[in-house]
Design a protein around this ligand. Sequence first.
Ligand code: G1P
Length: 293
Amino acid sequence: MTSPLRTCVFPCAGFGTRFFPATKVIPKEMLPLVDKPILQYGIEEARDSGLNKLVIVTSKGKDTILDHFDRTSELERSLRERGKNDLLAEVDVVSRMVDLISVRQKEALGLGHAVLTAKDAVGREPFAVLLPDDVILAEEACLLQMRRVFEETGRPVIALMEVAPEETSRYGIVAGEMVGNRKFKISDMVEKPKAKAPSRYAIIGRYILPPEVFAILERTERGAGGEIQLTDALRELVKQGDFYGYVFDGRRYDAGEKLGYLKATVDYALRHPQLGAEFRAYLESVLETAAVS
Ligand code: G1P
């Protein structure tokens, strides 16, 4: 994998069933985390990692995702006329942030199928995949941390996080061994193991992959949950050469389900430059009241 890494694929075609009824009409990627939609955090992470060709995989009913990152001339004109320059800057930043390529997944056949939908948009280059539900709060963007391993080895890299034994059945789990600081050499992987998991290292939604994965995805059969699983295709890649995991430095939230979303909201709100201090005082007062009642 010698071409430079510049592309990031965002699978955004899922139904968001874990967040019903909120996501019946609103795409889960558009739910606000404090004051930005969840997807915007992922887009900022990709941009901070030096990726500028962004491919969004959407499905029916997800058009507001593309609208959010589009220019909104009428809104911008109205804000300018009313002298609302601070708001104008915020709106402007979003629409100038990136140029998006949008592809549409016509059938909900799983993550592997969503990634395959981006094949022509990606071309014959290595690319990253970022699952927007997996929000990662980190000093240094998670994909940038992983990019270093990719540049040093020229081999695929996926994000890993240690999870509790009772949680392994919710993730893709890898087998292998640590070979350096946070660097893990993967020998196998399994999607949502029902029996004993091969380790406690779970795959988190950040991947740096070679274009060869598309040919594998084209022949990957339906796996766990009746879906075409990205993990099953990656298993094939592992057999073809060195494949690394990176135990990233940062905190990950599953913002695609209710509790994870609430935790992310609290942590991001506490860190918000304008809201953080007042929100902290409020939380403290709520907890104090709860303690005495
Ligand atoms: C997907 C992947 C899984 C990974 C998880 C991380 O699963 O298939 O390997 O561990 O994302 O969030 P999903 O959560 O979409 O079922």
